[in-house]
Design a protein around this ligand. Sequence first.
Ligand SMILES: Nc1nc2c(ncn2[C@@H]2O[C@H](COP(=O)(O)OP(=O)(O)OP(=O)(O)O)[C@@H](O)[C@H]2O)c(=O)[nH]1
Ligand SMILES: [Mg+2]
Length: 329
Amino acid sequence: MEVNQTVVAQQNTVSKNQTTRGVKIIGIGGAGCSVLKKLATLNLPGVELIPCHTDFSMLKGFDRTLPLGTIGAGSGLNDQQVRQWASTQKPAIRELLDSSTGAVILVTGLGGGTGSGAAPIIAEIARQQDLLTVACVTMPFSSEGYETIQAAEVGLKHLVLYCDSVVAFSLDNLEKTFADDLSITEFYAAADDLVLQAARMIPDIVITSEEINTDLNDVRAVLSKSGPAFFTQVVIDSPTRLDTCLSQLNQTFEGSRSQPIRRILLLIKSSSKKPVTMLETRSIVQALTQLIGRKAELFKIALVTDESLEERLQLTILTGGFIELDELK
Ligand SMILES: Nc1nc2c(ncn2[C@@H]2O[C@H](COP(=O)(O)OP(=O)(O)OP(=O)(O)O)[C@@H](O)[C@H]2O)c(=O)[nH]1
Ligand SMILES: [Mg+2]
């Protein structure tokens, strides 16, 4: 009996590895490349990191890169120029997003020339290649001026058109939630960390999750053409972690009750020192269903072991496919 169980476990591992195509995370422009540099320190398995920039000094240290233009000194906030440069690179982009690719995650700070100009073109090619495509972006401060905001909004509009799911963090909103005494460097570093957590969610699920076998097709079913998404992460470090977790979910989603959604992707991480229990999982799923998921068509849960969490519990939630209010009538 024991022997059979071992064999089954091994077969599961083998089949998961064989069917998992890699995830490519493309960091575009200055903000995108700085998130990529942080991701590089994590050595995520099955993930290729590809920087794309008009400033060639930001491309160092990666195996494959996507330089845009010939000058290599940035775009000077010129998204039109970048669009042209990226268009001439379409064959190279297609090659990067070849059949070994399972999913593409685009990471950028919208508002500058490079990210706003190039990200939609890469997303369009990913869509043509029929890849699961998710964008994790920041939107500029409203104080950054009309041109920057305009470039970001046009970029975002195109990303929503071509990507399956788009997580956009507003820097104005982050400013309200982060501590007031951060320096601007610390603020951007904290924003980068949040974008990083959003960017690693898909590879964490499709490559690492073993306990509930959640594969690329499951994630694809949940995120496919789900549009603008809302990203939440809570990390609970307390002896009464379930109660704390439920009250945090209540606080986060209380105001969203009136805006139910179609798609929910939930990643629960814990360590083998204090693995998530059946009761915790059931209670979290029930709470989320009550708060936002009463009309959910798809609600997918993935469990991942992350030894660095020790006794903590980490929940990462991506919700999309928002239901229009008039659809509820
Ligand atoms: N995460 C992060 N965002 C930044 C930083 N500096 C500026 N931003 C934000 O990101 C937006 C885009 O800036 P960049 O990433 O430099 O723009 P880019 O895509 O490189 O484009 P160009 O520099 O114009 O070629 C800005 O409008 C800011 O909102 C930073 O150091 N880190
Ligand atoms: Mg820049």
